[in-house]
Design a protein around this ligand. Structure first.
Ligand SMILES: *Cc1c(COP(=O)(O)O)cnc(C)c1O
Length: 455
């Protein structure tokens, strides 16, 4: 029998996170204020606790994972690395396909990898309550769970369209004790402004961020948490790649190509950066390694956005960061709500792409669901729609290997299961899903509103 799961013991959960900043050839561009000046730690301290800020700014290669965090990780980590043998057979490819399955966490995705340390460090720093935003509900449920693990109350501003379309993600958050509001709300200035200009606003991730940041900035003891994009989030997610490296070492293989879906870039960073470190260190086995971020054509941040300074939110409350962006007032149509629909991207992923250390591609919606269904029929697991982007790319690569005869080792991050996304599968299965390419004119229009500093 071919073993399918590559097993690790609980004591093989990494003891440190990997910080790619230490190995980048150029230091990351610093976050700036709207005046173009460096953001002071004091300004950031209004919404983030000290230990998180330290990690955000750190250039130290290894950062210790506290024992209390590892103990909670141990509820589901080490996560399995699985050989997709049945998918390989269905495709008739000489490639070996592996996936690192992050859907085994309590919230069903990779996001608790960062939610747990964020809740832990906030608790340590004396934070009284956490705020956050959530789009599809994956991050909100992860931080609700993590807050509960450390006895920290959590408030979630949930994009209204998802609040209505994904009632079970809301009840999941409430089960873990969080308060959930449909954004835009009348609780914040940002929300009231949005409602004044459009009383029927269905919200957006950028707007929900503004609401959560506003609450954190205006109430002492309240801190804000973000589920992707920022350096510390990308770093927390490296437990994925660090475990995968140990798992590959056990079977004497090494990936030739790594795919991951890319929304804000945290899970992609998490699976790719620890392998990229080998390449940057000049290790022979990693010389031809390719790391490819996969995004939707409906939100083509990395493939069609500008590499420029932009705000992280719709209202311009956050510092400006240098990243690939579609413009902070990019407003996705309501039907396309999901975990990959953010206007910006991780500054670290962006810079590494700009420097051509990694690659990015965009795939259309219908083809991603087709890949998800093909994967489910071969491997059993029903993937989250976000995860299907990485699967599409992995299948396409395996099919190319079939033509060339190359026995490549393909790795992708299966970021989560799709059990709360069956309404989207329904639409695909009944032929109602359409491809949607975000029009270049609309991108150019929103890029006109980029902040005029830092360029
Ligand atoms: C949030 C999410 C993503 C995208 O977020 P990243 O920060 O880019 O990883 C991908 N897959 C799932 C299942 C998610 O919940």
């Amino acid at each position: 029998m071919t073993p399918l799961h590559i097993h690790l013991e609980a004591d093989e959960i990494p003891k440190h996170w990997y910080n790619v900043v230490a190995d980048m050839s150029n230091p990351p561009a610093p976050p700036l204020g709207p005046d173009g000046k460096l953001v002071t730690p004091e300004a950031m301290g209004a919404i983030f606790p000290g230990p998180i800020l330290e990690q955000e700014m750190s250039a130290q290669r290894w950062i210790e994972i506290p024992e209390d965090v590892r103990q909670i990780y141990a509820q589901w980590r080490p996560s399995p690395l699985i050989r997709a043998l049945r998918l390989e057979q269905a495709l008739g490819t000489p490639a070996k396909i592996f996936y690192k399955y992050e859907g085994v966490s309590p919230a069903g995705s990779h996001k608790p990898n960062s939610a747990v340390p964020q809740a832990y460090f906030n608790k340590l720093a004396g934070t009284k309550r956490l705020t956050t935003e959530t789009g599809a509900g994956q991050w909100g449920s992860s931080i609700a769970y993590a807050g509960q693990m450390f006895g920290l109350p959590v408030r979630v501003y949930m994009v209204k369209v998802s609040f209505q379309q994904k009632p079970f993600r809301r009840s999941m958050m409430q089960t873990w004790g969080a308060e959930v509001f449909a954004s835009p709300t009348d609780r914040t200035l940002a929300g009231r402004n949005a409602l004044a200009s459009d009383p029927n606003s269905m919200g957006s991730l950028g707007l929900a961020i503004s609401e959560a940041v506003e609450e954190a900035a205006s109430e002492p003891g309240v801190c804000y948490t973000l589920g992707s994009v920022l350096n510390h989030v990308a770093m927390h997610q490296t437990v994925i790649g660090l475990e995968a490296k140990k798992q590959f070492a056990k079977i004497g293989l090494y990936p030739d190509i790594i795919f991951g879906p890319c929304g804000g870039g945290s899970s992609f960073a998490g699976i790719a950066f620890p392998f990229l470190a080998d390449k940057m260190a000049g290790e022979k086995r990693a010389q031809n390694l390719r790391c490819v971020a996969v995004e939707p054509t409906s939100c083509p941040t990395l493939t069609k956005g500008a590499y420029a300074y932009d705000y992280g939110d719709a209202s311009g409350y956050t510092p400006i960061m240098k990243m690939y962006t579609l413009g902070h007032d990019f407003m996705p149509p309501g039907i396309h709500a999901g975990g990959l629909r953010y206007h910006g991207d991780s500054p670290l992923v962006s810079q590494l792409l700009f420097e051509r250390q990694i690659e990015a591609i965009a795939v259309p919606q219908v083809a991603t669901f087709a890949a998800g269904v093909q994967f489910a029929q071969a491997e059993g697991i029903i993937p989250a729609p976000e995860s299907c982007h990485g699967i599409r790319a992995a299948i396409d690569e395996a099919l190319r290997c079939k033509v060339t005869g190359e026995p490549k080792v393909i790795l992708f991050c299966l970021t989560g299961h799709g059990h709360f996304d069956m309404a989207s599968y329904d639409r695909y299965l009944s032929g109602q899903l359409e491809d949607y390419d975000y029009p270049s004119e609309a991108i150019n229009e929103s890029l006109k509103n980029l902040p005029k500093v830092g360029t």
